[in-house]
Design a protein around this ligand. Structure first.
Ligand code: SIN
Length: 330
């Protein structure tokens, strides 16, 4: 095969279970994530040779529970640099499943390129019987190599499905079909080399996003509301000097009266507060006079608390004052 005519895809490895190693092939828990190098991951998928010409980089080797803003910033910068090169047609990022949705959404709003960026991962370590990583990697490269993936924002290829970074979330601790896009569903499918998109995202992203990597990030934390919740957590965060708080509220982002009072006090001290929901699907409606307008809080819409935190970080870093417009837009 003449490989010079194949799409040129950069594969950036960051660790995760896809690069995990267990002492025993029957083990799908109790392994170490992020130990197998990118070259070995690629060697496990000989079929890649007929899909793309691959440029590989080991960007990190972490369990994604330990993801940081510093690594997000470095990753976004590296992706953008690669995509500016004429000899790179798309980027695939291998990642842990645990914070994949946060990294994907961060890149969706900060990388300024129309070229495909596709994240993938695995629920089973690379050493497992029926490891899911190799096929997920092949499918991710196949999506990144597809002209149809251009301009769709950052994508997640997992278990034959293609999700938007905006909507995707991990919904199982063990199943190989762990990712869902609640309410809105997948963007499309990838199977046996065929990439099919059935819808596209309408919210702005990548080249249409007003956000960028910041020099300095504000402190933004998440608190939850639950039966008998006290104001201790909110007060501690305010005392620590946080600039933003996302609340994982009950139902439509409602909060225990103790937390409501604490957040109302926090807003008066200049902290930006966003109401999201712990429910896992649906949206948090702006409550107007009944709540948000009186308290000075922002409603997160369909963003889950973790993605709402990403957007609040970017908006505060960019010194945005019209936060409800930001959340209504993105
Ligand atoms: C991780 O997120 O790095 C570990 C878990 C996984 O990838 O499934």
């Amino acid at each position: 095969m003449n490989t010079s005519s194949l799409p040129r895809i950069a594969v950036l490895a960051t660790g995760g279970t896809i690069a995990g190693q267990a002492g025993d092939a029957s083990k799908t828990a109790g392994y170490k994530a992020g130990v197998v190098g990118v070259d070995k991951l690629l060697d496990a998928v000989p079929a890649l040779a007929s899909v793309a010409s691959i440029h590989a980089e080991q960007v990190a080797s972490i369990d994604s529970k330990d993801m940081s803003l510093a690594l997000w910033s470095a990753l976004a910068a590296r992706v953008e640099t690669l995509l500016k090169q004429d000899d790179i047609d798309g980027v695939v990022i291998t990642h842990g499943t645990d914070t994949l949705e946060e990294t994907a959404y961060f890149l969706h709003l900060t990388v300024k390129s129309e070229k495909p960026v596709v994240l993938t991962a695995a629920m089973r370590p690379s050493t497992a019987l029926s490891a899911d990583g190799p096929l997920n990697l092949l499918n991710a490269v196949t999506v990144a190599a597809s002209k149809n993936a251009a301009g769709q924002g950052v994508l997640v290829a997992f278990n034959n499905q293609i999700h938007s970074a905006r909507d995707v979330t991990k919904t199982s601790t063990y199943a190989v079909d762990a990712f869902r896009s609640p309410e809105v569903g997948v963007l499309g499918f990838v199977q046996d080399g065929r990439v099919e998109f059935q819808r596209s995202v309408t919210k702005p992203h990548t080249t249409a996003s007003e956000f960028a990597i910041a020099e300095k990030w504000p402190s933004v934390e998440i608190v939850a509301s639950y039966a008998d919740a006290s104001r201790v957590m909110v007060d501690a965060l305010v005392a620590a000097g946080v600039k933003g708080i996302v609340v994982a509220g009950t139902g439509n982002g409602s909060m225990h009266a103790n937390i409501t009072q604490a957040l109302s006090d926090a807003v008066k001290q200049g902290v930006s507060v966003v109401r999201a929901s712990r429910v896992g699907s649906g949206h948090v409606m702006h409550n107007g006079a009944a709540s948000d307008d009186a308290l000075g809080t922002i409603s997160a819409g369909t963003l889950n608390p973790y993605k709402a935190r990403v957007l609040l970080l970017l908006a505060l870093a960019a010194n945005k004052k019209d936060l409800q417009r930001v959340f209504d837009t993105y």
